[in-house]
Write a protein that binds this ligand. Structure first.
Ligand code: SAM
Length: 194
């Protein structure tokens, strides 16, 4: 397996099939080297980011999702395309069942502004920030000293405020990829300790 385009990703039940945002993040990850790294794919969905991490040489990946079908679909994808990879699966709400620290974390969150949290794969609540803000308050304690976190954020979420809040937590962030769509712009933030 040499390339993400060779993999047939499946949509989990009531879950997310790879879309523009997924590919923006996965293609940004393809430019990185994860040799020897302990990685975490938050909200793994179809498993596309897990595949990008493994193709980049990740030594170990922990896949987390609140949707059991996403865990199942990701597990099948790994068994099919990366049968020898070291991958662990955790069903849960963000870090509730996650232990330990990671060199690399990736998250394509549900970020669409919504009045209610009905569709867990897309609904982001007020300004699309409900899950993003919880993630931002929880991930730093699971990030190793020289670790990095790749987070997708939309212009609908207020990227300046996201970066400001990260800065207050002594984290620096830079945009490593972006994509303009008709009603929003997507950004991949690479976040590292200051
Ligand atoms: C936009 S989809 C991204 C899926 C996949 N990573 C991708 O890039 O295509 C967001 C994913 O986050 C999961 N999710 C939503 N809220 C979550 C939470 N609180 N904890 C863990 N996973 C969550 C959803 O089930 C969904 O699989």
């Amino acid at each position: 397996m040499t390339n993400l385009t060779h993999i047939r990703f499946k949509k989990p039940e009531e879950g997310y099939a790879p879309s523009d945002d997924s590919w923006l993040l996965a293609n940004a990850l393809e430019k990185e080297n994860f040799q020897g790294k302990k990685c975490l794919d938050m909200g793994c969905g179809s498993g596309i980011q897990t595949a990008a991490l493994l193709l980049g040489g990740a030594e170990h990946v922990t896949c987390v999702d609140i949707n059991s079908s996403a865990i199942f679909v990701t597990q099948k994808m790994v068994q099919t395309y990366f049968p020898h990879a070291k991958v662990e699966y955790v069903e849960g709400n963000l870090f509730e069942h996650v232990k330990g620290k990671f060199d690399v974390m990736v998250f394509n969150p549900p970020y669409v502004p919504s009045d209610e949290m009905k569709w867990m794969e897309v609904d982001g609540g007020k300004e699309g920030r409900e899950v993003i803000d919880k993630f931002m308050s929880q991930f730093p304690k699971h990030l190793k000293e020289n670790g990095s976190c790749f987070l997708l954020v939309s212009s609908l979420n207020g990227i300046d405020d996201v970066q400001f809040r990260l800065q207050k937590r002594h984290l620096k962030s830079k945009v490593v990829a972006q994509l303009k769509l008709s009603f929003e712009e997507l950004y991949i933030l690479k976040i590292t300790p200051e």
